[in-house]
Write a protein that binds this ligand. Structure first.
Ligand SMILES: *[C@@H]1O[C@H](CO)[C@@H](O)[C@H](O)[C@H]1NC(C)=O
Ligand SMILES: *[C@@H]1O[C@H](CO)[C@@H](O)[C@H](O)[C@H]1NC(C)=O
Ligand SMILES: *[C@@H]1O[C@H](CO)[C@@H](O)[C@H](O)[C@H]1NC(C)=O
Length: 440
């Protein structure tokens, strides 16, 4: 069948080992009592022996754009930063946009006197308004600016928060396209995807969050570190509208009704991947059920972001799904593979020619292990390709074979989610969505 392959195969560095995922725990200032004796707490003393990690504050609120928050937290923790996720609400529990539920490490009030190497504000409405109106946060960021410290914002937040606080004065800044005219008149509005101006970094939207986060890593640690972090994420080679999907055996995925989609999550799931998939599919108006494979709704993802599922898998398996999508991450993928209920559900899905998909570690650890890639072409995380019995398509970023879709890693997650949207709802819908997220 025709292969739509619009990009040359990217020659990306392939790491020798799948990076151990628990290396860079955050050290929350006000930990939940139950995390005090966890491995996260004990291994953080290990990292502090090596060097004092850079301290980063990422405030969040109800209506924060979850991709922008979670990608920044995840990427900075990959670089070794000690990131505190602080809620500007009354509780640690925050309802981000698109029904994504996050649990912060601390309240903003708890970090009022702490000092940071970087403060990064995610966008989203009304999240950005809440951040702007949070007096404690305003004074923390103003203090940061006065001491010449690094501060940054993405999407609506440069205009809504930094601009309102007078912290973009005389600088070039960018923000979400529809907020450009809300940038203050004392700043110069520019349309760059990421604008670095001395100690101030601004960016445009969910689709620029990875580049933005890598720019922050570069400001904190230098270019070599940014390259080291970027390599294993399988970043996009460029930003055109020609994002890639390789189709073998093209079948129709079209639905007349709202597609019902299951996204399982477990401790050690890759949070960036989970959130990019959930967020994008909900933007496309699919009905997405996020189900915890653990015995609690709250899971701790691979870079210690705490996510709350909509229901437990036991409940979720009572429903019917047009598509089941597995995010990657370790040990999350292993938890999927060990879940008899999830594996049975996937098996039934495959046997009845219904849709299923996986990204990163999950194609190899879950699907291959249980014979669910038999006779299919698939891709996976670069360092896991040797676990696939058929590796002929493993260099491709997104592969569709009949009712199966697979992809490679954090840097291909949006292409993966947009390919799903394209298959379900058409190319125009996926392009419109890509534009609205400032992905293209
Ligand atoms: C923010 O979301 C939390 C969690 O759902 C909720 O308890 C709280 O009331 C919300 N806060 C506001 C100001 O709406
Ligand atoms: C998953 O993480 C939560 C929170 O740390 C913990 O309470 C739970 O025991 C973990 N589950 C497993 C199976 O390790
Ligand atoms: C194409 O995929 C469909 C759905 O998975 C499957 O039923 C069919 O057998 C496949 N055809 C070929 C030629 O592999």
């Amino acid at each position: 069948m025709a292969t739509r392959h619009l990009l040359p195969l990217p020659l990306l560095p392939i790491p020798l080992v799948y990076k151990t995922l628990l290396r860079f725990p955050s050290k929350p200032l006000a930990p939940h009592p139950r995390t005090l004796c966890s491995s996260a707490a004990s291994s953080s003393s290990y990292s502090s022996m090596a060097s004092i990690p850079k301290k980063v504050l990422v405030p969040i609120a109800n209506g924060t754009e979850p991709m922008e928050a979670v990608i920044t937290i995840d990427v900075l923790r990959r670089a070794g930063a000690d990131v505190t996720v602080a809620s500007a609400e009354k509780d640690l529990r925050v309802d981000a946009c698109w029904g994504v539920k996050l649990v912060a490490d601390a309240l903003v009030a708890d970090v009022a006197t702490a000092s940071f190497d970087l403060i990064s504000l995610p966008g989203g409405i009304p999240g950005s308004d809440t951040l702007r109106d949070c007096g404690v946060l305003e004074s923390i960021v103003k203090k940061q600016a006065e001491k010449g410290g690094l501060y940054a914002a993405i999407c609506a937040a440069p205009a809504v928060a930094l601009g309102s606080w007078g912290l973009l004065k005389g600088l070039k800044a960018t923000c979400y396209p529809s907020f450009m005219d809300k940038l203050p008149s004392d700043a110069t509005a520019v349309e760059s995807r990421v604008q670095v101006e001395g100690q101030v970094v601004t960016s445009r939207g969910p689709g620029t969050a990875m580049e933005y986060s890598l720019a922050l890593v570069e400001k904190l640690y230098g270019k070599d570190k940014a390259d080291e972090v970027a390599g294993p994420m399988v970043m996009r080679p460029h930003h055109g509208v020609d994002f890639a999907m390789t189709e073998i055996n093209s079948t129709s995925w079209k639905f007349d009704s709202t597609p019902q989609i299951l996204v399982p999550i477990a401790n050690g799931s890759e949070e960036m991947e989970a959130v990019m998939i959930i967020d994008t599919l909900r933007r496309a108006k699919a009905n997405v059920v996020v189900a915890s494979v653990e015995d609690k709704l709250e899971i701790v993802a691979s870079r210690k972001v705490k996510l709350i599922a909509d229901m437990l898998l036991d409940e979720a398996i009572k429903l019917q799904y047009d598509l089941i999508v597995l995010p990657g991450g370790l040990p999350g993928a292993q938890a999927f593979s060990n879940s008899e209920k999830l594996v049975n559900l996937l098996r039934k899905q495959a046997e009845s020619s219904k849709l299923y998909g996986a990204i990163c570690a999950s194609p190899a650890i879950v699907l291959e292990t249980h014979g669910l890639l038999k006779g299919k072409k698939a891709t996976a995380y670069p360092a896991m390709c040797d676990k696939l019995s058929d590796q002929s398509y493993c260099e491709n970023r997104v592969v569709v074979d009949g009712n199966l879709i697979t992809s490679r890693g954090p840097g291909t997650s949006l292409e993966f989610a947009l390919a799903i949207v394209e298959k379900l709802l058409g190319r125009q819908k996926s392009l419109d969505l890509a534009k609205s997220m400032v992905f293209v």
